[in-house]
Design a protein around this ligand. Structure first.
Ligand code: ZN
Length: 191
């Protein structure tokens, strides 16, 4: 699974030389590019808590037009320097919904998306609580796709049916192997 589909990463999270001042500083998000005014789709679901130009002192000064989405874990997903914004504060959004267009508003040298994740959403929209967005999304994705014991129990009959439906020795061995892995997750003994 690609974490940032369709983007070219232009500046990673971490220490770097500031592109405007040339002074070493910590980059609190990831810069990525599709093309100017490309649609930006939410990387995670949540509730929109900020959808306007970032005001100096608010926690979003210099970020230009910012959409911030509070996700299921209470972290803040921030999309900065947008050309335009297509969501409203209070709106509950799904992963993949368009939140705006790539732009060059605020303190920038060119059109790009600055994507930042903050562990908290207040005060000042969680300013200073930034974390590695790539790692964060990876963990969020793993949580989402974690198979529960209940899910596993539902999968076993399908694997048994697939086993019965084939005469291929290799396929049967593979279904057996899968079924035993699923049984492990479900807390059942292997067969
Ligand atoms: Zn940036």
């Amino acid at each position: 699974m690609e974490i940032f589909p369709g983007y070219r990463i232009t500046s990673p999270y971490g220490m770097r030389l500031d592109p405007i001042t040339g002074v070493p500083s910590f980059h609190t998000g990831i810069d990525m590019v599709k093309f100017h005014r490309a649609p930006i789709f939410a990387f995670a679901a949540g509730e929109v808590v900020h959808a306007r130009e970032g005001v100096t002192g608010s926690g979003f000064g210099g970020f230009g037009n910012v959409v911030a989405v509070k996700d299921e874990r209470g972290a803040l997903q921030c999309y900065a320097h947008l050309d335009s914004i297509s969501v409203k504060v209070g709106q509950k959004i799904a992963e993949g919904l368009e939140i705006g267009k790539q732009g060059m508003t605020g303190r920038v040298t060119g059109s790009h998306l600055h994507y930042e994740v903050r562990k908290t959403s207040s005060p000042s929209y969680g300013f200073g609580t930034h974390t590695d967005p790539y790692q964060y999304l990876l963990e969020l994705g793993e949580e989402e796709y974690k198979v529960t014991a209940e899910d596993a129990k539902k999968i076993i009959p399908f694997l048994s049916a697939a086993y019965e439906a084939t005469n291929s020795k290799e396929a049967r061995a593979e279904f057996n192997r899968l079924a035993n892995e699923v049984r492990k997750v479900a807390g059942l003994p292997p067969e």
